[in-house]
Design a protein around this ligand. Structure first.
Ligand SMILES: C[S@@+](CC[C@H](N)C(=O)[O-])C[C@H]1O[C@@H](n2cnc3c(N)ncnc32)[C@H](O)[C@@H]1O
Length: 326
């Protein structure tokens, strides 16, 4: 396996060529179902049914598991889609998207659309269960299918977007979050929780004094009835509190020729907790290279896979700009 390199090709095909247990950790965001056209034949996300999409993703991650170290984790950011929206199981027309982008209300580039004539994608059609306007529930369909395939489904982390995309809906709330799932290959795995401790929101002296003594009775403990924390030796860590499962991360406009990058801030902690320093982070849907950029900045190595050669070029340039660490 070539380290600190990006392979051009289909995720499953390339993963099949990589050696067993050669990656420490995976961090990735597959194409969402029916929302984007990445302009290449064989792309994931254009399957006719959500079931076919999930089946394909699970097959790719099944192969990924072979390449992952036994103590490795996989972090997957995956979004949901509505069924039959605007006549297709995807987004708005190209013209609409372009207008929104020009008006500055969209973070997507104008080319992101399933409505373009001639694009092969999810067809408008009936589904035995899912009705038009239904939320498909892709993230949990995916999570349960991965678990059924043998992954340990460890956690759903919520990516809360303080600046979500505006939506013109009047019969539901504006969507402002996405899922980030943590999977592990085995029951026990590498997870450096100390590397991602976060600051307390209340001053630590709230717990100080007697609370830090195993046998003391503090006013705070008595007042809150939380003696159980002390009894279970769960006194606060002076270095910070354990990372919470909701991440507040701003959407950022990406000016390169890719329209679905995730923010660097979303994945920094995945890499710090999931990959030992110097280890290898593998991203099978690498896009414009956010994972390799963050891996480098955090002193980790990377391997990327991307189907669209234009994005591979873009990612290599971005990684180059991020500086050489190795
Ligand atoms: C959501 S984007 C990833 C963006 C990336 N996280 C970033 O920040 O730049 C998904 C990427 O998967 C790529 N892709 C689609 N089908 C693929 C396949 N079969 N194999 C590998 N990559 C694929 C798309 O071209 C797209 O760049």
């Amino acid at each position: 396996m070539n380290l600190n390199a990006i392979y051009t090709g289909d995720a499953l095909d390339v993963l099949r060529t990589l050696p067993d247990k050669s990656a420490s950790c995976g961090v990735t965001s597959p194409p969402y179902y029916g929302l984007r056209d990445y302009g290449v034949a064989g792309q994931v996300g254009r399957e006719d049914t959500p079931e076919a999409y999930i089946e394909r993703l699970v097959a790719i991650f099944h192969e990924f598991k072979r390449v992952l170290a036994n103590d490795g984790t996989l972090w997957v950011n995956i979004g949901d889609s509505d069924w039959g929206k605007k006549g297709l199981s995807g987004e708005s027309s190209h013209a609409y998207q372009a207008a929104r982008y020009a008006a500055g209300v969209s973070y997507n580039r104008p080319c992101s659309s399933t409505g373009v004539a001639g694009v092969v994608g999810p067809r408008q059609g009936s589904h035995p269960v899912i009705k038009r306007k239904d939320l498909i529930g892709i993230p949990w369909m995916f999570a349960f299918a991965m678990r059924a395939d043998g992954w340990y489904l460890r956690q759903e982390i919520i990516w809360n977007k303080p600046n979500p995309m505006p939506e013109s809906v009047r019969d539901r709330c504006t969507k402002s979050h996405e899922s980030l799932f943590l999977f592990s290959k085995k029951e026990r795995y590498y997870f450096d929780s100390k590397a991602i401790l976060e600051p307390y929101t209340q001053p630590l002296n709230r717990w100080s004094g007697n609370d830090l003594k195993a046998n003391g009775h503090s006013k705070w403990a008595q007042a809150t009835g939380q003696n159980a924390y002390r009894n279970r030796n769960m006194r606060p860590n002076p270095g910070g509190r354990n990372k919470r499962s909701v991440r507040n991360v701003q959407l950022r406009s990406f000016r390169g020729a890719h329209f679905a990058t995730y923010p660097e801030a979303l994945i920094v902690d995945c890499i710090k907790a999931g990959c030992p320093p110097g280890g290898v982070v593998l991203d099978p849907f690498m896009g414009a290279g956010t994972t390799p950029v963050v891996a480098r900045k955090q002193g980790r190595q990377y391997v990327g896979i991307e189907l669209n050669p234009d994005y591979v070029k873009l990612a290599n340039e971005r990684v180059e700009r991020a500086g050489k660490l190795f």
